[in-house]
Design a protein around this ligand. Sequence first.
Ligand code: SF4
Length: 441
Amino acid sequence: MSKKLLLKDAHIEGIRYFETYRKQGGYTAAEKALKMTPDEILEEVKTSGLRGRGGAGFPTGMKWSFLAKPEGVPRHLVVNADESEPGTFKDRYLMEFLPHLLIEGMLISSFCLGSNVSYIYIRGEYSWIPDILEEAIEEAKAAGFLGKNILGTGFDLEIYVQRGGGAYICGEETALLESLEGKRGNPRLKPPFPAVKGLWERPTVVNNVESIAAIVPIIDITGAEYAKIGVGRSTGTKLISACGNINKPGVYEIDMTITVEEFIYSDEYCGGIKDGKRLKACIPGGSSVPIVPANLLLRTVNGEPRYMNYESLADGGFATGTMMGSGGFIVLDEDQCIVDHTMTLARFYHHESCGQCTPCREGTGWMHKILKKIEKGEGKMEDIDLLWDIQRKIEGNTICPLGDAAAWPVAAAIRHFRDEFEWHVKNPELSQTQNYGLAHY
Ligand code: SF4
């Protein structure tokens, strides 16, 4: 059974409220941290090996150490709660059931970074969660853990919750900052990076909800102990939101030493494929990461078991591997049509493109149109090559990662399921009503 650090108290009734959270030992990590120096906290975070849980997996301690500290200029911590990646809902779970874990993590992180005003930017569709967070903020303030002179340390902190307007692109950190400043959420060109010029041109750290929540156990048990959990550079625990054709969809905390097979088939996690069907493919890290067929999902090309961690999932690069990404684990059974599925994703990225750069604005639209044509049985063989060509022209040629996120699913679908695309072209009359079926393992 995986060790629980973030969700260990999630089952306790009333854990959402300060009194219960405190009774379970809540805010003791904050008390400990406020007796440390910011440099000592930073050292703990670096030692823990924590990697950003939003998708990129960049080391959090290193990110914090890049924060510029010009004299007299305020700094900010911004929590990215714009969780809009299809298949990803683990931050929602944390905020809904354990809001004080996030607030406590923000208190420790803000103290370390020197932020006296920190923000939670939350996706507009999570309409009921800001009230939960604001209630938790008020409770923490009443108990002396927020506001002026926290616990007599002289440290002040205010936390504000800002609702997004429902744009996926605002999950990209610079688009988020634009939106937080009250502007249209268009990504900025980098550099300068937010650590130097972020919110209102002030040094800013933008971190995912789960990353900030993980700061609490890191301080609690120490960075060195946290680093002992997991394997290699995949330290600590990771929340996975599992969905699709499985028996037990939900949010699971894993310690990144379990195999993908165990995660899918064990009763502790997904409980196997629904209705006893066969596993066809999986997107293990949110819709932006490459889809992998069952054979490459469960085993690497060398025949080794694939594990639920950053390195193992990526083993072999995009040709045979995928990515941990945001931890949105989407399982597809034998009945799912890959062309239809890829078309749905292409439509999503086209709709969510901000339109600033041509390859993304135009390319996503073309990919959607061509996929729709193939799916309806109106495509030609050349369309598959054209699709491949378009995704190649988008990848790496855009301002922000949405372009890559739109290109990768198309590339992986063609790479691994080309004969399914060809079947749609060759069988126009069947492609609307029948499934290509099992063909890849
Ligand atoms: Fe906008 Fe797409 Fe360019 Fe990102 S890649 S800036 S979403 S047009």
